[in-house]
Design a protein around this ligand. Sequence first.
Ligand SMILES: [Cu+2]
Length: 343
Amino acid sequence: MNFSNKLFLLIGLLLLPSQLYAQESTHNEQTPIAAPITPAPEVPVANDEQVIADSATQASAGPKYVPMDAKAGFGMPTDKAIDFQDQKNELGQRAYWLNNYILLPIITVISLFVLGLLFWVVVRFRRKVNPEPSKTTHNTMIEILWTVVPILILVGIAYPSITLLAKQFEPAPKNAVTVKAIGYQWYWGFNYPDHGDFEVVANMLKEKEDAVEGERYRTDADGPKLLATDNRMVVPAGVPIRLQTTAADVIHSFAIPSLWFKLDAVPGRLNEKALMIPEPGVYFGQCSELCGALHGFMPIAIEALPPEEFAVWVKEQGGIMPADGVAKANEAEADNEIAALAG
Ligand SMILES: [Cu+2]
């Protein structure tokens, strides 16, 4: 076998896993690996007539939903920053405080102290200066100190950190709004079981130069490059949210840094965590579990609206607000009773 044959064989072997993967993908009827970002199906519309009727009512009366403009530097990463993103809820602020005012100072002091001791030993007790080393093996005072002091430090750290951990996993209250985020290769779906079970599909917006003629592309109002999506996960601000995550294909992870929120989205499992967004605004995050070829191109944009505006949005999606649902169920029940009496 000459050199070029060997080279071809080597390249062939290297490419084998990706070919296998591509084949497997087609078996599962998923997008082949090299395909461009596939626009996911449009927002599923349960009933076209319903939507037309709804939008007609919207046009004649009542407010209309207008997507909120992303505010530069709010709920998104900022240029050349090295710190955490600005924390927009209490949990995030608490975690930020623990990190910056408890953990970082303690780590810094310990590191400097150990470094200082090392330098001292190296300089003060080097062979030239200290030819006769001390034979001391025990010093009760020092031994007590280097046991007790670290214990005190650890206990001091443990208290705020365990209470924070417990707070992060406090279940959402009963009246929380449930939203289910579903990870797909490679976009997100947001399902609203409390509001008529509709699902919104969100794909990353392309840049102007990448979009084909007539295709929607990103503007600054949509959000930063690689983080803006065509549709957003719209939620009410100031209302506790029960955010559930799952996935349709592989493991994804739902993460919004400015809201101190990260939860894996695992196929066949339903994970759940409470999320609180006190302030209306647009918050950006990304899939944070390596999930395949376009893992870096499935951002998350959450739009927190005042509750009244959220209700308008729900209606425009063909959904119902829980109170309406109750009213409708009562109506149906009353109709049934009348029918039963008449029959
Ligand atoms: Cu993913």
